[in-house]
Design a protein around this ligand. Structure first.
Ligand code: NDP
Length: 300
């Protein structure tokens, strides 16, 4: 029997995307300005190609410009740096995203470092992580931002709640911890060396799993009524669908968690759609800041 409320990330993302499209229309009409997002992809990894295609499609659907740069796997560091520098200078490009992971000949940190922080819509540049940590107005990484928007929508005021994030990556766990701190949560970050993960989990009013291990978080790890955000995306065999077939699951055992949690995000259809819409929102934010426009004033 399902008890938990299923948080519909797909529907919420569609609502937010409509808001982005409305803001883009105002920017065009009142400011003669069209936000532009450049996405750079190296190589032919099928999953990355799907992500990049999806990002480009949604960018265009919201009325923005999309600039796709598909380079061969063998691209050198110098060639990629030259492209990033030209995008930094391009006045039609307000946001730059370099799809990770990059091939081994490329130093990922050096590429992220080369992106103009004002155009860093992924929010990975050290300037943006520093601004997030010190309460400044930088660009916030898309997946943590999407998690926050869902949590705010679900819970409203989060002051005093205990939040546990499982995973300490620079792109999810750490920035999300900062965002939850800003909401006055008491935040714990767990990782592969955490002692009793089940006990830590059971104490959490808000549980975020960002690990990359299929269905690791069991139902009896969850505090009754807790809000569970499942960031993980794992592909597992699905023999019930036919030979060689697979399906996506999160880091949380969904069926078990539904019996205990107050609300939970599904996989797919939870955090994933929110990540892309936050990228679009960050592009509008970047565009407004570069042009000296008050973003809040766009929606009246
Ligand atoms: P990383 O591999 O960078 O980090 C994983 C984290 O999980 C690490 O901090 C690691 O600990 C921790 N961990 C690993 N094993 C355990 C364990 N047994 N117990 C506790 N902690 C453990 O992953 P990402 O942060 O990049 O991504 C996490 C998941 O989220 C992946 O499934 C990824 O596909 C998904 N993802 C989804 C997105 C979306 O849009 N929905 C966007 C980004 C990611 P340690 O640091 O000690 O090694």
């Amino acid at each position: 029997m399902t008890q938990a409320k299923i948080i519909d990330g797909k529907a919420f993302a569609a609502e937010l995307r409509a808001g982005v499209a409305a803001d883009v229309a105002v920017l065009k009409e009142k400011h003669d300005l069209t936000p532009g997002l450049a996405v750079v992809l190296l190589g032919d990894d099928p999953a990355s190609q799907i992500y990049v295609r999806n990002k480009g499609k949604q960018t265009l659907e919201t009325g923005m410009r999309s600039f796709a740069h598909h380079l061969p796997e063998s691209t050198s560091q110098a060639e990629l740096l030259a492209l990033v520098e030209s995008l930094n200078r391009d006045g039609e490009v307000h946001g730059i995203l370099v799809q990770l992971p990059l091939p081994e000949q490329i130093d990922e940190a050096a590429i992220i470092d080369a992106i103009d922080p004002a155009k860093d819509v992924d929010g990975f540049h050290v300037i943006n992580s520093g601004l997030l940590a010190t309460g400044g107005a930088g660009l916030v990484p898309c997946t943590p931002l999407g998690c926050m928007l869902m949590l705010r929508h679900e819970l409203g005021d989060m002051s005093g709640k205990k939040a546990l994030i499982i995973g300490r990556s620079n792109i999810v766990g750490k920035p999300l911890a900062q965002l939850l701190l800003n909401e006055n949560c008491t935040v714990t970050i767990a990782h592969s060396r955490t002692g009793d993960l089940a006990a830590e989990s059971r104490a959490a009013d808000i549980l975020v799993a960002a690990v990359g291990r299929a269905e690791m978080v069991r139902g009896d790890w969850i505090k009754p009524g807790a809000t569970v955000i499942d960031v993980g995306i794992n592909r597992i065999p699905a023999p019930e669908k036919g030979e060689g077939k697979t399906r996506l699951v999160g880091d949380v055992n969904f069926a078990e968690a539904c019996e205990v949690a107050g609300a939970i995000t599904p996989v797919p259809g939870g955090v994933g759609p929110m990540t892309i819409v936050c990228l679009l929102r960050n592009t509008v934010t970047a565009c407004c800041r570069q042009a000296g426009i008050d973003e809040a004033a766009l929606h009246g």
